[in-house]
Design a protein around this ligand. Structure first.
Ligand SMILES: [Zn+2]
Length: 223
């Protein structure tokens, strides 16, 4: 029996790893305890109870592997998550957002660019393409603040903060010598700061002002 139990412990561990669960060993022990309880309550063998617990867990969407070919660093935010999209870009991730996109268009776009959908819309999660994990998607409770949304997405996908991307369009930022940008920088800022960045996609100018300091503080809390 202990050989069978160890086999299931390994399978539980693999599922929890795939779902990026924290405190995996505790989770494994909890699942074994649950099987013991079912075995006693229903008068079935522990092996059968372990199999039941495993099958129920593996069938849940949360424990499915993400769709093949999906880039986990590319997100598509639904109409209500524009703020989250900007913060994901600041944290170095591609996050597309269109305020007036409808559900069908959102699904088409997610397939086209192989992105993961982030949504607060429980109805959208019931669409067949999402339910069957053809398009990967993650649901966020609509009551969260933007930093809480960001923290949840980071935990769910095991993300780490990267070099910032353009908060407006998600393009890559490149550092440019300030002399070359003198005409575009307000004179006071030009005097006080030396690091300036330009978005390679939309050409927007960025520097690390007070707004950026606030963003950094929030991002560093995610580590
Ligand atoms: Zn840009």
């Amino acid at each position: 029996m202990s050989r069978i139990r160890r086999g299931y412990e390994d399978r539980f561990r693999a599922l929890l790893r795939r779902a990026r669960a924290r405190r995996r060993e505790q989770g494994v022990q909890w699942l074994v305890a649950k099987a013991r309880f079912l075995s006693a309550r229903d008068g079935i063998s522990l092996a059968d109870a372990l199999a039941q617990v495993y099958e129920r867990l593996a069938a849940r969407q949360f424990f499915q592997p993400s769709a093949p070919g999906t880039d986990p660093s590319h997100f598509l935010c639904d109409a209500g998550l524009g703020g989250l999209a900007r913060w994901l870009r600041a944290a170095g991730y591609e996050a597309a957002w269109q305020p007036d996109i409808d559900d069908d268009e959102l699904l088409r776009e997610a397939r086209r660019v192989a992105a993961t959908i982030l949504t607060t819309d429980a109805m959208l999660m019931e669409r067949r393409l999402l339910r069957d994990r053809i398009i990967p998607a993650f649901w966020l409770p609509p009551t969260l603040s933007i930093p809480e949304q960001l923290a949840l997405v980071f935990r769910e996908f095991g993300l780490a903060v990267r070099s910032p991307r353009c908060m407006t369009c998600g393009g890559e930022l490149r550092r440019v010598a300030k002399e070359a940008l003198q005409e575009r920088i307000p004179p006071r800022t030009y005097r006080w700061l030396d690091e300036f960045f330009v978005c390679g996609r939309c050409d927007k100018l960025f520097w690390h002002g007070t707004h950026w300091q606030r963003i950094l503080a929030t991002l560093s809390a995610l580590k």
